[in-house]
Design a protein around this ligand. Sequence first.
Ligand SMILES: Nc1ncnc2c1ncn2[C@@H]1O[C@H](COP(=O)(O)OP(=O)(O)OP(=O)(O)O)[C@@H](O)[C@H]1O
Ligand SMILES: [Mg+2]
Length: 355
Amino acid sequence: MFFKGKQTSLGIDIGTSSIKLVELQKEGEFIHLKNYAEYKPEDDLKDLITFRSSMTPFSETELTSILKNIISASGIESRRANFSIPVFSSFLTLIEMPQMSDEDIARAIEFQANKYIPVPLSEVFLNWVVIRENNNSIQQNSKDKVEVLLVAAPKDIIERYSRLASDVGFELGLLEVENFSLVRSLCSSKNLNLIIDIGARTSSVTIVDNGFIRLSSFLEFSGFHFTKAITERLKVDEARAERLKMENGLLKKPQNQVREAILPLFDKLSFFVESAISIYLGKNPDKEFEKIILTGGSSRIPGILEYFSERFKIPVEKGNPFFKISYPQILKDKIQEIAPNFSIACGLALGDFEV
Ligand SMILES: Nc1ncnc2c1ncn2[C@@H]1O[C@H](COP(=O)(O)OP(=O)(O)OP(=O)(O)O)[C@@H](O)[C@H]1O
Ligand SMILES: [Mg+2]
């Protein structure tokens, strides 16, 4: 066996409500948690209407200084970092092509991509994953077809991350759309899974089969909007609504007005998930979902497992992004509590250890 010694990696997830960092160390076969950090600005609850036009509520200069501060305060040692691009800033679509060599697929994609990507090709970086029949059994179509997952990310966003990495003094490692990080940290089986990431501003749905992403979409509401619905219904301020959300959430108890306030949003999310499931099963009628995996800070809301389990016939569980990672036993409770927020950062950091 080739012994590589200790290898470290760093994943940085710049979410719309907080920045999460995970630093890992690989020694032989083992992956240890070396460090983690989360930076949450106090303005989480403000209505940041501009968030969609920029990658975060922070300006580039703010981000640079926040990251430098986190690095020095937390003692993170890596000088190379992996970053994720939000699902809402990217475009993923599955297309079908005639069976041909990878070189011909590349040429055909360059030629045809404008049919599938709704923005000028000169403005995006294009990448793709060929879903080959010989390394998976999921292809339902005839042997003369091959499925290709097209991934497009705006050039200006990629350039922003490159600038950020160099301003902070990092070498830019992986830069990937966040559902790839989620699959890496949360999917332990090769079966058909659906991941729901419920964050602060957006909720994303990813269907993954045999390790390949097959469908990705998002909704523009999440934790922030749950809190907002509570402020309106209960006539309380945002700080109190946020507390009430975390205490009562979706719990089925008498007079839980918090549940009543947020139920329409959860029903909308469920409806969205149901449509994704029926689209997928419509195309793959003999398939069966193994499970639905919940993640993101808002998946910590009390009563969520019961809510989704009643809604879907598919088993629902909370994802554990640390399942491949060892950490001191003393951190167990803390890690379990914060795990949902760190799924993307863990997946990014794990990206360096993939064979
Ligand atoms: N215990 C809890 N119960 C309910 N909601 C919670 C809990 N803990 C955190 N949240 C919510 O989780 C959200 C933050 O989650 P997360 O860190 O995944 O978001 P983000 O990655 O910054 O946002 P996005 O992915 O939308 O850009 C906040 O809206 C917060 O209110
Ligand atoms: Mg997020």
